[in-house]
Design a binder for this molecule. Structure first.
Ligand code: ADP
Ligand code: MG
Length: 319
């Protein structure tokens, strides 16, 4: 029997026990009501995942659910915000129970871990697409922007780069199973760097999450900040599976122009280097210095032999 949207909401998205005390009214009325902490700014972001564009139509529903929230939380991480609430708008070609329960499982596994409460949404019939909006908070005036990088600031990136792009672009059928699994996991289940994001308040001068590729996203930082940057290609953090599979040269290219890593790229004044190092320890997240902000506009990629690398394709663009 086909499920009505009210049954879908009740069975898959409305939960018995509220996760957060700051939700005055969650799912079920015309709107949600939340209590915003005094002395905080609200940080808001939204992202759509469309079938065939952001994931294949036959992707695991639990991975889709996880990823739809993860890419949004990554934006909050890049603002230094602590996430609190989410809204979920679903466009579905049909209401299939197995798909919905898998989707909800993936979505809530991350929501619970990040203490994010789903407080509302919408369901319509249409091509498969998922829009999530997220809301989080920062102490007043402390949101991290793209625009604060200054010449001399050091440039850092969390985790490793290029893994998700490798999973998307390479044929992994002949790769060792453990490598293939590790790289696919990076694409399907990106981990939003929320703890690092919060820890960067008062430390970073600019932050962005790497969704379209480092070259493209660092480009946004230098543009917004009115500066340029020099990147040491040999210092880009690469995973073992990636280097094993394609070698360092190819891995560098994937790291620079491949998207979907959802790591954080940020700048910080050189005098705060020790704070960055201690944040890497306390958050248990590797953070690597990859370059330096310069006053000369544009991005320069220095190869180990002193030559400049040119990037043919700076990152994914929809239009
Ligand atoms: P309205 O017709 O007033 O827009 P709906 O019937 O669309 O209300 O939704 C009823 C309630 O269920 C609302 O609180 C709405 O936020 C919530 N809701 C709808 N779809 C979803 C969803 N996919 N996930 C979570 N909550 C949802
Ligand atoms: Mg509605």
């Amino acid at each position: 029997m086909a499920l009505s949207e009210f049954e879908i909401i009740r069975r898959f998205f409305r939960r018995e026990t509220p996760l957060r005390q700051d939700v005055v009214l969650g799912i079920g009325d015309d709107g949600a009501v939340v209590r915003v902490a005094e002395a905080c700014d609200l940080v808001i972001s939204t992202d759509t995942l469309a079938s065939g564009v952001h994931f294949p139509a036959d992707a695991e529903p639990s991975d889709i659910g996880f990823r739809a929230l993860a890419v949004n939380l990554s934006d909050l991480a890049a603002m230094g915000a602590e996430p609190a609430w989410a809204i979920l708008a679903l466009s579905l070609p049909e209401a299939r129970e197995a798909w919905l329960s898998g989707f909800a499982r993936g979505f809530f596994s991350l929501a619970d871990e990040a203490s994010v409460q789903l407080i509302g949404g919408d369901i319509t019939r249409g091509p498969l697409a998922i829009t999530v909006s997220v809301y989080g908070s920062v102490p007043r005036g402390e949101a991290l922007l793209r625009s604060g990088a200054r010449p001399g600031d050091l440039i850092f990136v969390t985790g490793t780069l290029g893994d998700a792009a490798a999973a998307l672009e390479l044929d992994l059928k002949t790769a060792p199973a453990a490598h293939a699994r590790a790289l696919r996991q990076r694409l399907l289940r990106p981990i939003p760097r929320l703890i690092v994001g919060v820890g960067l308040r008062g430390v970073a001068s600019s932050v962005i999450d790497v969704s379209d590729g480092l070259a493209s996203d660092l480009g946004h930082i230098v543009e917004a900040s009115g500066v340029g940057a020099r990147i040491e290609v040999a210092s880009l953090p690469l995973s073992e599976p990636l280097c094993d599979l394609v070698g360092r040269q190819q891995a560098w290219k994937l790291a620079l122009s491949g998207g979907d890593d959802y790591e954080l790229c940020f700048s910080a004044p050189a005098m705060r280097r020790a704070l960055v190092t201690s944040l890497a320890h306390s958050s248990d997240c590797p953070i690597t210095q990859i370059g330096v902000i310069q006053s000369e506009h544009g991005l320069r990629y220095m190869m180990p032999d002193g030559s400049l690398l040119t990037i043919a394709r700076p990152g994914y663009r929809h239009f």
